[in-house]
Design a protein around this ligand. Structure first.
Ligand code: PLP
Length: 404
């Protein structure tokens, strides 16, 4: 069991070249190098600009609905036994998930940079909806690339994006899912580097995206600290749990706690099991380059990226953010595989005990409660667990109903 470093804070990076240990960096076509340099410079300027930060803070408060509550889950805690469980309610953000924290941040940056054409990729449609929402609010042109297969599976989100004024362009290559939509978005970006801003939906992609996206989501962990102090008198719980697709909601909760004496657990999608089709990058991935960064990914011996599978479209990605790959290797965060069936049981448990219907992605975190409570009980009395309730389950009702 890895012990968190208390007196020597972990240097989680990135370094100047955007690396977290061996992972990260910027592996892009040459034409994008100056575009990334421009972005890095703009982000460096506005990150510490009080006016930019004020505008973002106001938007997050008056539009997104922050701060999101920290809910004590008493009936859930009783059902699990041996731990006090709190939910950080990102499901109550406008549009129903954490993703809008990042899209508003990146859009504000695009606005400052004078870019008027926004592109994005989306899998389940959640990042597409969050981007289309922000673009509507700012009056920006919005093009969202989405796998043709995903457009079929997530028709409601396609309609949402269109209603918000976005153009949804189908990606018809490969498996016609998120990986292919991302390829199309990168192709567009390479063709229109001057006027286009690419809003990436998780802590993935070339430097500085993983760092920038992480920093826009750190507010999740920062609010949690303040709320815990008011609630239980200390800012640091015994454990944090979050689901990991690309890893943005997880790092947003974890990052402000990395130097503290707290265990951290990431739940990754084990789909039909590690011997079947899955998306468990940490458990089964190897180092390689995908979508502009070095990280752990699912690939065959020849380096061909493999098809990922998860019942939750938001975790159905063959890669993971480079910072998570590093936190995995150093042992600071423990990543555990959760199957489709376990996640569906998690949906039911949280719904019945707390009246909160979680997204299928979020339910992967719920599936770890029992194991984590058992881990903690051997060392602490009355342990406190905070989990990131990353999104609400309305979008998944068809899938959930089919399985129950
Ligand atoms: C997109 C999504 C995720 C997965 O993305 P991360 O970048 O890993 O956070 C998790 N939960 C919900 C509700 C999502 O919409």
């Amino acid at each position: 069991m890895p012990q968190p470093a208390v007196d020597s804070p972990p240097d989680t990076g990135p370094d100047d070249s955007g690396h977290f240990g061996p992972y990260g960096g910027a592996y892009v076509p040459e034409i994008l190098t100056p575009v990334l340099e421009e972005l890095k410079a703009a982000y460096a300027t506005y990150k510490d600009d009080p006016e930019f930060q004020d505008e973002l803070r106001t938007l997050l408060h008056t539009y997104t609905g922050r701060p999101t509550p920290l809910t004590y889950c008493d009936r859930l805690s009783d059902a699990i036994g041996g731990a006090h469980i709190y939910a950080k309610r990102e499901d109550l953000c406008h549009t129903g998930a954490h993703k809008i924290n990042n899209t508003l941040g990146q859009l504000l940056l695009a606005d400052r940079m004078g870019k008027e054409r926004i592109i994005a990729e989306t899998g389940a449609g959640q990042h597409g909806v969050a981007t289309a929402t922000a673009c509507a609010k700012f009056g920006m042109d919005c093009i969202v690339y989405m796998g043709a297969e995903d457009m079929e599976r997530q028709r409601l989100n396609v309609e949402r994006m269109r209603l918000l004024g976005a153009e949804v362009r189908p990606a018809t290559s490969g498996s016609q899912t998120l990986k292919d939509a991302t390829n199309e978005a990168i192709r567009d970006w390479v063709s229109n580097p001057a006027d286009t801003f690419y809003i990436i939906g998780s802590v993935v992609g070339p430097h500085p995206y993983p760092t920038m996206t992480r920093n826009f989501h750190r507010i999740i962990g920062e609010e949690t600290r303040t709320q815990l102090r008011a609630e239980i008198g200390t800012e640091v719980p015994d454990a944090l749990i979050a689901c990991v697709g690309g890893g943005s909601n997880a790092i947003g909760l974890f990052h402000p706690f990395l130097d503290e004496d707290v265990r951290m657990y990431g739940a990754e999608a084990a789909g039909q099991g590690l011997n079947g089709r899955h998306a468990a990058t940490m458990s089964a991935g190897t180092p390689g380059v995908l979508h502009g960064a070095m990280s752990l990914l699912l690939q065959d011996d020849a380096g061909q990226v493999e098809l990922a599978h998860s019942v939750s479209a938001g975790l159905d990605y063959p890669g993971v953010g480079p910072e998570h790959a590093h936190l995995h290797d150093t042992g600071r965060v423990e990543y555990r595989p959760v199957t489709d069936t376990e996640a569906l049981d998690g949906v039911q448990l949280l719904s019945e005990t707390e009246g909160i219907i979680p997204a299928l992605e979020t339910a992967h975190a719920v599936a770890l409660f029992q194991d984590v409570a058992d881990d903690l009980q051997s060392e602490t009395s009355d342990p406190v667990i905070v989990f990131n309730c990353s999104g609400r389950g309305d979008k998944d009702m068809d899938t959930i109903a089919k399985h129950l």
